[in-house]
Each structure stands twice: as structure tokens, then as C-alpha cells.
Ligand binder design. Structure first.
Ligand code: FES
Length: 263
């Protein structure tokens, strides 16, 4: 298998992403190889005639990102039986959540649940979540600019951020368990994310997150909204451009509370 500047010998049928991990070739793979995020895309620059054809799942994901070029494949799905040369398309380090101190947790469809506050206080957790939203916005803007010729439509996204007490742990049965968070805060964060589409903003955070993070509210639009499943309307703050959040975070604002947060 050949990458730019590196050649490795692998057993026949080993996936390209697995080879990258095994031989420490930096390679973006936000969903961990589950054919959901498409960030592992590679361009095959050798003769691709003998490569296995994309599975329905791979074809679906490639189509969703507008990769009509047959030389573009998902590294986590492509298992070559012969020599192959590839160039990873996206830069390897695009996970904004970990950079801000959070943890990407569950991938649901094309969305990701990210947790903050597993090991820091609630004020810090809220500021980390806001910083992650800002980082995500600038990284998506970078990707859209960098790959304007590769993708049919620019990447669109919406971010919902809420905080509250949740239950965290390994949920499941016997060997089929997954570490995740359960609770109203998770559901509300998902609903806020969903409502970014109808309210035409890119980020929506609850007033609770803003006050716990200790941010100034200038530049954010405040409104009361009804949330499905909740009796009381909720006050939220929205922004068209999440990068404004970085400028609102007070780096000196600390809090001594230790409750677990999810955003
Ligand atoms: S790693 Fe996410 S689609 Fe391949």
C-alpha cells in the first residue's frame, strides 16, 4: 500500500484505514471506521480496475458527500486485494471536540453526541463545549474552502448545547455495552440541534449553558422556544456564526461545582 512518501506491506484484504492505523500514517477517521463520517476518504491514484466495487453503504456515503469521482473511496471500507496507491483527502486532525477537552461519544446517523465534564467542573465543561462549537465552525469553513472542488455542496451543520445532570456508564447487555450518557440534558441538546434548521442558525445553546460558562451575551440572539416533551418554554441563545463563541468565553471564569455535565 502506498501513501504519499510512504510504502507499507500489508496482508491482502486489509482495509486501508486499518493499514494507516497499524503503520501510524496520519488519517482522519471521525466515526472510527463505521462508514458514517466520510472523513477517511482517499483518492486512489494507482490503477483502480482490480479494486472491489463500493458496497451499498460505501456508495451511499460517498454519494451523500457528492464524491461522484470513482477514484474517491472510503478508506475504512476499501479492502484491496492488490497493490494500491492512495492519497488521504482530508487533513488528519479535524476532531474539534477532543481539541477543546470533550469526548466524541455516539454517532447517530450523520450526527455526533459529544460529552463534556467527565473530568472537569461544570463551568469548565460549558466553556469547553462552546470552544468546541467555535472550533468546529472554523474547521468546517476551512474544509469547505479547501475542498470546494471535491464536494458538490458545502458541508452544512447545526450544533445544540445543553447542560444538566445525566447518568453515564456502560449501557447495554453482556459484551454489547457502550459507554454513553442518558438523561434529559442529552435529549434537549439533540432537540436544540434539530431546531437550528428551522430557526436558521448554526448553534443554539440553552441559557443555562451560557450562564454556567459565564459568557457575555452580546452578539447572541435570545429567544423563548417550545421544546417537545417539556412543559415550560426554554430560553435559548443562537448565533449564525459559532466562531463568535470563542470571543465570548471568559478564560478566568472558574467555578467550584463538580456536577457532571453533558452538552
Ligand atoms: S472513518 Fe468514518 S467513514 Fe470511514
Amino acid at each position: 500500500m502506498s501513501y504519499p512518501g510512504k510504502q507499507v506491506r500489508v496482508p491482502k484484504g486489509l482495509g486501508i484505514l486499518e493499514a494507516s492505523l497499524r503503520f501510524k500514517v496520519p488519517h482522519a477517521s471521525v466515526c472510527g471506521g463505521r462508514a458514517r463520517c466520510s472523513t477517511c476518504r482517499v483518492r486512489v491514484v494507482s490503477d483502480g480496475a482490480s479494486l472491489p466495487r463500493p458496497s451499498r453503504r460505501e456508495a451511499f456515503v460517498l454519494d451523500r458527500v457528492g464524491a461522484g469521482d470513482p477514484s474517491i473511496r472510503l478508506a475504512c471500507q476499501l479492502r484491496p486485494q492488490t497493490d494500491v496507491a492512495v492519497i488521504p483527502i482530508l487533513p488528519p486532525h479535524i476532531g474539534a471536540v477532543t481539541e477543546a477537552g470533550g469526548q466524541p461519544n455516539q454517532f447517530v446517523g450523520d450526527g455526533v453526541l459529544a460529552l463534556f465534564g467527565l473530568d472537569v467542573d461544570r463551568g469548565t465543561a460549558c466553556r469547553q463545549a462552546l470552544r468546541a462549537a467555535s472550533l468546529m465552525a472554523s474547521k468546517v469553513a476551512y474544509l469547505n474552502h479547501q475542498f470546494a472542488t471535491e464536494v458538490r455542496d458545502p458541508i452544512q451543520y447545526g450544533i445544540g448545547i445543553h447542560a444538566g445532570e445525566v447518568i453515564v456508564g456502560d449501557i447495554g447487555f453482556r459484551d454489547r455495552t457502550v459507554f454513553t450518557a442518558l438523561g434529559d440534558a442529552v435529549n434537549v441538546a439533540a432537540r436544540l440541534q434539530d431546531m437550528t434548521k428551522t430557526l436558521e442558525c448554526r448553534v443554539m445553546l440553552s441559557e443555562e449553558v451560557a450562564s454556567t460558562a459565564g459568557i457575555t451575551l452580546d452578539l447572541l440572539k435570545r429567544q423563548r422556544i417550545e421544546i417537545r416533551g417539556r412543559v415550560e418554554p426554554m430560553t435559548v441563545l443562537t448565533a449564525e456564526d459559532p466562531t463568535v463563541l470563542a470571543g465570548l468565553i471568559d478564560p478566568q471564569g472558574e467555578t467550584s461545582e463538580t456536577e457532571l455535565e453533558v452538552a
